[in-house]
Design a protein around this ligand. Structure first.
Ligand SMILES: Cc1cc2nc3c(=O)[nH]c(=O)nc-3n(C[C@H](O)[C@H](O)[C@H](O)COP(=O)(O)O)c2cc1C
Ligand code: SF4
Ligand code: SF4
Length: 250
């Protein structure tokens, strides 16, 4: 049996999980945010997630700390990123090692960036090129996972990646509370999609408007999903082009 656990804000990680799931036999896909520490009984375990601030999202650190699998489970990770992958896979390997588990393979996939807090969506053409590359990478990953091959943990060799990780990753600890910078304007029609899509149930609808509950992952799903662009962050994102992965249903 094969299991894939994923966390996603805007669908890139879900696309990767789904594409691999289609190839592997007897495989199932599960949400990381719903995991509460129960024993996972599986021959291979895939962990798919986005890179945040050149490292692991908080929800992934939490998942890895709670993870309960037998020692002989073949564990591999797929980190996807918009520009610079930093040290997310090294971090993943380190946390597993501390628990006496081994990361047998680690893959990096460049996907369209969704960091609306800094930039808008890439053009459709650029997105298509990245999706083409993704499908080729899935074939390589499948070849490795199906034979449970020990493989290298892929790394960025750019010095800037390590520098950025060392300088900025510490700010990940501010993410849970960063939702205080979200605002909602009169274009909100109270549809509730932002709350429905939040992968960590951090939004409650109050009098027909979203209200954030301060356990945010800053995954960008709410702001990217709003059909009326009614959500803004720090007054900076109103005019930015939104991004949602077009190949999955969130
Ligand atoms: C809060 C946040 C931080 C991010 N930090 C990085 C980063 O350090 N390096 C990078 O290459 N991409 C970064 N990204 C982009 C995502 O890793 C990338 O778009 C990923 O494919 C999104 O996956 P998802 O659609 O599954 O959420 C960041 C995105 C967000 C929302
Ligand atoms: S998705 Fe947008 S329009 Fe719908 S409730 Fe949320 S903020 Fe309002
Ligand atoms: S509140 Fe918005 S940014 Fe925060 S985790 Fe939920 S969907 Fe993501």
């Amino acid at each position: 049996m094969n299991k894939i656990y994923y966390f996603t804000g805007t669908g890139n990680s879900l696309q990767i999980a789904n594409d691999l799931n289609e190839k592997l036999s007897q495989c199932s896909v599960h949400k990381i945010a719903k995991y509460s520490g129960e024993k996972i009984d599986t021959k291979t375990l895939g962990i798919v997630f986005p890179v945040y601030y050149w490292g692991l999202p908080l929800v992934i650190c939490d998942f890895l700390c709670k993870l309960d699998v037998s020692e002989n489970t073949y564990i591999y990770a797929i980190a996807n990123y918009g520009g610079l992958p930093g040290k997310a896979l090294d971090q993943c390997e380190h946390i597993l090692k501390e628990k006496g588990l081994k990361l047998s393979a680690g893959f990096l996939i460049n996907m369209p960036g969704n960091y609306i807090f800094g930039y808008g969506a890439k053009s459709k053409k650029v997105q298509e090129k990245l999706f083409e590359k993704e499908s080729k990478r899935i074939v390589d990953i499948y070849d490795c996972v199906k034979t449970r091959k020990e493989s290298k943990i892929e790394k960025s060799h750019a010095v800037i990646d390590r520098l950025f990780y060392n300088s900025f990753y510490k700010h990940i600890n501010e993410f849970h509370e960063a939702d205080k910078y979200f605002t909602v304007d009169n274009n909100c029609i109270g549809c509730g999609l932002c709350a429905e899509r939040c992968p960590v149930d951090n939004i409650t609808m109050v009098k027909g408007k979203p209200s954030w509950n301060h356990h945010c992952e800053l995954c960008a799903s709410c702001i990217q999903s709003c059909p009326n662009k009614a959500i803004d962050y720090k007054g900076k994102t109103k005019k930015r082009k939104r991004y949602l992965n077009p190949n999955v249903k969130l």
